[in-house]
Every structure is written in C-alpha cells, then in structure tokens.
Ligand binder design. Sequence first.
Ligand code: COS
Length: 382
Amino acid sequence: MLEKKHLEFREKVRAFALEKIEPAAAALDLEQRFPDEHMQPLTEMGLLSMLIPEKYGGKPTDTVTYSIAVEEISRVCGSTGIMLAAHNSLGTFPILYFGTEEQRQKYLPRAARGELIAFGLSEPDAGSDAGGTKTHAHREGDYWVVNGSKCWITSATRAFATIAVARTSDDPQDKHITSFIFERDWEGYSVGKKENKLGLRGSDTAFLHFDDMKVPQANLLGKVGEGFKQMLITLDGGRISIGAMALGLAQGAFDCALRYAAKRVQFGKPIAHFQAIGHTLADMATEIEAARLMIYEASAMKDAGVPFSRQSAMCKLYASEVGTRTAAKAITVLGSIGYNTGVYPVERIWRDVKLCEIGEGTSEIQRLVIARDLLKSLEKVG
Ligand code: COS
C-alpha cells in the first residue's frame, strides 16, 4: 500500500527520531518536562507544518506520510508524539479547513514556525458528550464575550492560540455551538495548573479559563452554529493520528521486547526460543501490523476525499487497544526489569499508551461512532 516516497520518508524520520528525540525521552517523562529542545529540530524537519500549504510556510504532505511521522516520533517518545499530533491535526487543520484567508495568513505561518496551536473542546461536564459545552459566547457589537473553561488541553502552557468552541445560544437543548480562535495574550485568557498525569508526562496538559474575554468578530471560525460539526470533522482526522501514536508506542514496546527476548538466556537458551514467548511475540507483531494497515487505509481514504469517519474510529479503536495490550505483554516478556522505571522504555510506554484509549474520544465513543455508521449504511441499502 505504501509508495516509495513513504518508505523513504520513514527511513528519514526514523533516523531523525533516534538522533534528536529519543535521547531525551526518558528524562522528559521523569522530570515532567515539556520537550522544548525538540521544537526547533521538529520545525526544521517540517513536522509541525505537515498539513500547512507552502504559501503559508508549511511543508505539506499526504496523510499517510503524516501518520508515519506521528508513528515514528511516538515510537521513541509519546510525549513528543502527542504534542505533534495535537498541533497538526487539531490546531492547524481547523484554521486551514474552516478559516478565512485572513485567518490562515495570520496564524498558519506562525504555526509553521513551530509556535503551537491548541484545541479546546472538552470541559468538566462535556467530555464524551462534547455537544454539552457550557462555555458561553454572546455578541456585543464587534466582539464576542466569552466565559467558561476547557480541560485536558494538550500543550496549553505553550500554545499561542487555541481553537475552541462556545455555546452561542441560551437554549441548553440545542447544539448551537460556534468555533473561535482565541489568543493567549488576550485579557481574560488564563492557563490553569499543569495536570499530574499517569503517562505522557512530558506533554503539558492543563485547563484554559476564559473570563469575560473579548473576542473580535474576525476570530470567529466558520459560521455561527457550525462549531460542533466542525469539531467532529476535525476529530475524524485527529483520531487517525491518535491511532498512529498508539501504533508507534506499540512498535516501540515490541522492539524492546523482541530484542530482550532474543538475548535473555534462561534454562540455557534465549527466552524467545520458548514457545510461550515466541507465540506472544508473534501475536504482538501480527496485531501491530493489522493496526498499521488500518491506519494507512484510513489515511489514504482521507487523502482520496472519500468519507472516512468509520475507518478513522476503527483504526483509533483498534490501534489504541493493541497499544495497551502490546505494552502490557512487553512488560511480561521483560519481567521484573520491565517493571522498573528508567531501565527499559516499556513501563513508560505502558503508562503513555493508555491515553490513546481515552483522548479524542474514548474506545466506547469510537464503538458508538462505528455502530451508528453501520446502521446508517444499512438504511442506505434498505
Ligand atoms: N462529521 C460531520 N458531521 C458529523 C459527524 C462527522 N464525523 N458526526 C456527526 N456529525 C453531525 C451529525 O450528522 C449531526 O448533524 P445534524 O444535527 O445536522 O443531524 C450533528 O453532527 C450532531 O451529531 P450527533 O447527533 O451524532 O451528536 P451526538 O451528540 O449524539 O454524538 C458524538 C456525537 C458522541 C459522536 C460526539 O459527541 C463525540 O465524538 N464525542 C466524543 C468527543 C471527543 O472525542 N472528545 C475528545 C476531545 S479531546 S481532543
């Protein structure tokens, strides 16, 4: 399915990840430190502008290439992987897709230069039920006045702008939700305390608060009332990248388990030669390969411009569950040393990959999206 250009890109980005990203991965996790040192190399490699057209300073690629990038970076560092995925898929995509030319010219060149854009959908009372947004915006002349909070915001402490939705109707029953581009420097915009998470500890996650924040009409994204659908369209693409992230983490755990099993001698031979371990490795490799094919298929469908919501949900669901299974099995293969912190990366990966079953829609939401789509296709057939 992959073309020569994809294989060549994989080699290039893998070498880059090993040289520039992997050396800091364990320390970022241990110290809960944002990967500041990765920003310049990632920008120079074009990995923070993969969806941005050249005229705005980007280095655009197809979605398959983008998925390979997220996969390979996550293979060595989940925290850097999620920062990359959130910025490209959730930060830059909505501006490109729904923004005006003026908005693209204002924000995309900065994003291409490595300044991060965040995505604010979730709220304390609006997680899986994203339509339950309580953040509110009302019009006052040329401005919107916004009040509310967003939670679990990736790169919240670093982002110079955030794509976020607010309710623009007083009726809690309707989904009259509108998207905006908010800027960090505005009065009324504040960033909450960094969350203390199980994994992805190098990725900054925090609340955003908006307190009587005045938003110029020019920062309305798309049309009033279309925000909820825009966010669901954005998440269709984002879910592929979370699948790619889970895939990379799974591959990282598997690589470690395979190498360890091939050299760890017990009962007079490497443990990989015992059937129990050999079959475990075979199952891990098979599931990883299946996840990879699903991710590339969903990516190719997005590039082809055909509906891909179902495939996006499926690849995210499957890859993230493969990721958690693979990381757990990798610890089993390594035994006690795998359970130790800071010796092998498998315990970090085990902690990191769990997020892939939660972020950008839980596994339960992916199953809901898939089931609804299956029924819709049945209705079409009759
Ligand atoms: N693309 C475009 N439009 C879509 C869409 C998609 N992928 N999915 C749904 N829509 C449309 C529907 O067709 C519907 O349109 P109409 O109002 O014109 O009929 C509208 O959007 C509302 O959809 P729906 O009725 O299905 O909304 P629900 O509230 O029932 O459920 C789910 C939507 C549960 C799928 C959504 O809330 C969701 O994905 N939740 C998880 C949120 C999430 O991932 N959060 C993580 C954010 S972290 S970054």
